[in-house]
Ligand binder design. Structure first.
Ligand SMILES: NC(=O)C1=CN([C@@H]2O[C@H](COP(=O)(O)OP(=O)(O)OC[C@H]3O[C@@H](n4cnc5c(N)ncnc54)[C@H](O)[C@@H]3O)[C@@H](O)[C@H]2O)C=CC1
Ligand SMILES: O=C(O)C1=N[C@H](C(=O)O)C[C@H](O)C1
Length: 267
């Protein structure tokens, strides 16, 4: 396929009566998530897998192959370079790789400024149930004085706490602030550092790494005489694929930076 920009490809008319296939490149294609994305793209009738890139491969392959959308499931320490490359080459990005703080998001938004047709979606979790859990936790946050987040994952995960847990805690903290909920009661002084977990904007976040697990999260909320537990379990990485494919199909219609797939789901 002749190399061309995402904007050019959007402009190209589809053959009468036919929707064009979306050419997709996968970064981290040999990883746990990348392997699943390759399968899902190959199985989707409206998408065409044009490039598979992993560590040591040439990133230019995705541009040379004419990818209009790139899906990135790599590592927190390389994902920014990948996004920069895609934006510079007018390729939309669907990013599942974790490790984004406000500063990194601001940098991506800045890179997008001179590229008004390019879209980047960065989502810490593409599981529909996980997205709903975050929404339900936000809704419930103002009713409970105490809230803690526990994430549980396979032991090969490179980061802790999970991107999902950090985003969940931030959303809960924002909802508590908006409702004027004071800091959670906690008279404990931990005798071992870390015993109370990481502090994410006042919400304790605990990370468990256990053989046999895939990706799981609980939000525990407590009030006088009652608790509410919200739990989501991904038992198989196939659970992330409907969200990834939705994002691949939507991102061309959403230029700029999108965080999370809530908007694509109509939430
Ligand atoms: N947003 C979501 O729904 C989900 C996000 N994740 C996140 O996705 C990321 C990847 O997770 P896994 O697939 O489990 O990890 P993994 O370690 O199995 O896969 C990462 C792959 O990226 C490759 N890689 C490293 N550097 C690269 C580079 N410069 N260019 C291209 N490929 C490169 C590695 O060789 C490896 O094959 C993590 O940050 C994880 O937290 C994982 C599951 C769901
Ligand atoms: O590494 C994983 O496996 C996962 N990573 C994402 C995260 O850090 O939130 C999403 C999901 O939890 C699986």
């Amino acid at each position: 396929m002749t190399p061309s920009s995402a904007a050019d490809q959007h402009a190209a008319p589809a053959p009468a009566g036919e929707d064009p296939l979306i050419p997709v490149g996968v970064l981290g294609a040999r990883g746990r998530m990348g392997t699943e994305v390759v399968k899902a793209v190959n199985a989707a009738e409206d998408l065409e897998l044009v490039a598979m890139v992993d560590a040591g491969d040439w990133l230019f392959d995705v541009a040379n192959a004419g990818a209009r959308v790139v899906v990135d499931f790599t590592r927190p320490d390389v994902v920014m370079d990948n996004i920069r490359f895609c934006i510079d080459h007018d390729i939309h990005c669907v990013v599942g790789t974790t490790g984004f703080d406000e500063a990194k998001l601001a940098t991506v938004a800045e890179w997008l400024q001179p590229k008004p047709d390019v879209g980047v979606v960065i989502a810490p979790n593409f599981g529909i149930g996980a997205v709903l859990l975050m929404r339900f936790a936000q809704e419930a946050a103002r009713f409970f004085p105490s809230t803690e987040v526990v994430e549980l994952h396979h032991p090969n995960k490179v980061d802790a706490p999970s991107g999902t847990a950090v985003r969940t805690a931030r959303l809960i903290a924002a909802a508590r602030r908006a409702a004027g909920v004071p800091a959670a009661p906690d008279a404990t002084s931990d005798s071992l550092p870390g015993a109370r977990g990481a502090d994410v904007e006042g919400i304790p976040v605990h990370a468990v790494r256990l053989t046999g697990l895939v990706a799981h999260q609980e939000v525990l909320m407590g009030a006088g005489g009652e608790t509410l537990t919200l739990r989501h379990d991904s038992f198989d990485r196939a659970s992330f694929m409907p969200g990834v494919l939705l994002a691949v199909r939507e991102i061309g219609r959403h230029p700029g930076l999108t965080v999370g797939i809530e908007g694509f789901l109509g939430l």
